[in-house]
Write a protein that binds this ligand. Structure first.
Ligand code: FES
Length: 161
């Protein structure tokens, strides 16, 4: 995530570079949105407006794509993203206790981000690693055989890192 996100205002210069790379090409909207999200961590309104203007694509179409695909985020996310599975296999092996522990530790519910933007917490329903249940993905790393204590230690380690 770039420094642009740490400040309240969004620095559009990195985005302009991305737009310049793709300008004049057709069918590049999704690629530009992906690159922009990699840069900013999410897609704030000013970024979407600049993409619309830069690529000559109507803003309504840009929003249409962003809201259609789950991979795009319109709100700022935490520096660390914890996705905990509560699918059937994970649920029967105690995922609810892990989820409860995370919510208490972070003071947020599933789908929320901590006020300091350090953590976003999400609950998903099967991560495809049922053999390791209960499972979570923490910053793109799969963590299996979770118990609340193990997850709390991960959160504390991330806080201290
Ligand atoms: S149900 Fe949790 S990984 Fe499949």
């Amino acid at each position: 995530m770039s420094d642009a996100v740490a400040q309240e205002t969004v620095e559009l210069a990195p985005l302009q570079q991305i737009i310049d790379e793709y300008k004049g090409q057709r069918g590049v909207l999704i690629q530009v949105l992906q690159r922009a999200q990699e840069t900013y961590g999410y897609l704030p309104p000013e970024v979407l407006k600049a993409i619309s203007e830069g690529l000559g694509v109507p803003l309504s179409q840009v929003y249409g794509v962003v809201t259609f695909y789950a991979q795009f985020y319109l709100t700022r996310r935490g520096k660390h993203v914890i996705r905990t599975c509560d699918g059937t296999a994970c649920h029967v092996r105690g995922a609810a206790k892990v989820i409860d522990a995370i919510q208490k530790e972070l003071g947020i519910k599933a789908g929320e981000t901590t006020p300091d933007y350090q953590f976003t917490f999400e609950v998903v329903y099967c991560l495809g690693s049922c053999g390791l249940s209960p499972v979570a993905v923490v910053d793109d790393q799969v963590v299996g055989r979770l118990v609340p204590e193990k997850m709390l230690q991960i959160i504390r380690d991330l806080r201290e890192a």
